[in-house]
Structure formats: C-alpha cells, structure tokens
Design a protein around this ligand. Structure first.
Ligand SMILES: [Zn+2]
Length: 136
C-alpha cells in the first residue's frame, strides 16, 4: 500500500459517545450539559469540570465559535495526511465554552487568525461525520 492510499484514521463511537456521533451524522454538534451547575463540556467526560457531578443531558451546540489558537503542520505524522501537507490544526472555542481540537476548512492557512469567527461544518464519511469548522 503506498502512502497515498493509506486511509485516514477515523473515530468510532462507543456507548458514551454515541449521541455525539449520531448527532454529527445529522449535522448537529452535541455537547454534554451538567445537570447540577449547567456547565457544558465535550463528550465523553464522565464528570463536570466545574462541580464534578456525573449528572448531564445532551444539548445541541449553536455550532458557532472562534479560533482560540492554531498551528500549521508541515511534518508527516501519519501517512494518510501526506497529500494535505501543510494542513492546519486548530483549537476552536465554542460559544458554549468547550474547546475542540479540529481543522479549519474553506480558508487558506495564510488567512487563519486567532479570534476568527467560525461555524461547524461536518466532514461526512461512510459511517461517521467529523466536526470541522469554516469561517463564519
Ligand atoms: Zn457541574
């Protein structure tokens, strides 16, 4: 198998993260909201970052946020990503508070700026959709 044909690793849902991945397949970014204090967190964390409660409910994110920080990857860390070098890796801070490691699509790497408003845009695969973000 040549480097060009190595498939990208894609996440697999488990029982705890299934609502997140099912939502993604339907174009909804799902987060966990603490049942005690209302703090919103990324899946699949069992306890609230603020009050340590394990009570939660799934809520839909607005999908809006901003670039907190980003980097441009020039090195090959996995053969499946060689065709995309150089690619960006960003931390997006959602309106609801959680910060998500993702990629920015629909903009050149040179155009990225810290603080840039972005909106979620799902990358569809056969069995999974991965949340990425594009300029809002
Ligand atoms: Zn809490």
């Amino acid at each position: 198998m040549s480097e060009q044909t190595v498939p990208k690793p894609i996440p697999e849902a488990d029982d705890d993260s299934r609502p997140f991945f099912e939502g993604a397949m339907e174009g909804r970014l799902m987060l966990m909201k603490c049942g005690k204090c209302g703090t919103v967190r990324l899946p699949s964390r069992q306890h609230c970052d603020n009050c340590l409660s394990s009570e939660y409910a799934w809520v839909q994110s607005s999908g809006r946020g901003s670039i907190r920080t980003f980097g441009i990857m020039h090195q090959r860390y996995h053969p499946a990503f060689v065709p995309e070098l150089p690619y960006n890796l960003a931390i997006v801070e959602l309106e609801e508070g959680p910060r998500l490691v993702t990629n920015i699509v629909g903009a050149s790497n040179d155009a990225l700026e810290v603080g840039m408003p972005v909106v979620v845009d799902f990358e569809q695969h056969e069995d999974v959709a991965i949340p990425k973000f594009r300029p809002a």
